[in-house]
Design a binder for this molecule. Sequence first.
Ligand code: PGA
Length: 258
Amino acid sequence: MARLPMVAGNWKMHKTGGQGAILTQNLEYPVRDIKGAVEVVVAPPFTALQSVSSSIEFDKSPVKLAAQTMHWEDEGAYTGEVSPVMLTNLRVDYVILGHSERREYCAETDVTVNRKVRAALSHKLRPLVCCGESLATREGGGATAFVERQIREGLAGLDARDAEQLVIAYEPIWAIGTGRTATPAQAQEMCKHIRATLAALFGPAVAGDIRILYGGSVKPENAALFFGQPDVDGALVGGASLAVETFMPIVTAAIPAA
Ligand code: PGA
């Protein structure tokens, strides 16, 4: 079966609850117009999840909801953290795990990513697992091995059935928020390698169904170049996801040619 393209907006530390609900409402009709040709996801900060979730429910909006991270425990003495139970209670569909900013600023590692992936699956939250190398790793020629290790360690212990729930995002760190993108050929090469790694872990049929997104300075002007690559199934978008005017052209660029 052909993979349904996904475009997910990672709002990072932007937007209050009210602002997030308005942006989500403004996405509703344009997203309805594309009739399910692309799965559209927004990932607000924790403080906006409730209002965005209510607005999606009230409008019966086709927009899906993601959280930007979570803890792996259901509850406990973890000041400042949010649990999978709290997210499912807000009707969250996906959870972004292992974003490079969480790895860099919040000490997230492949081990903690793996705990979170398994916790998410056990709560029926779909993990959107991020991977990607630094510029130094790429220039040193180690990018492919580095990303493969992130995938193998982040997904350790999963079976094929678990893997069907995954979405992977390849985001080279040097391309995030820098205006500097990977070339479409570089994105394709890494996404193809990620798919081969998934095939080795879970079998080719499952790997063939998993969506692999590209992320890192995706804009209306360059999105189509990435979506034209056979192993790139959509995008994880940061800056350009904060306004309908820049997010929707990326969504429409992901609509498969008839
Ligand atoms: P960017 O962020 O589109 O602003 O580069 C992408 C991301 O970090 O997911």
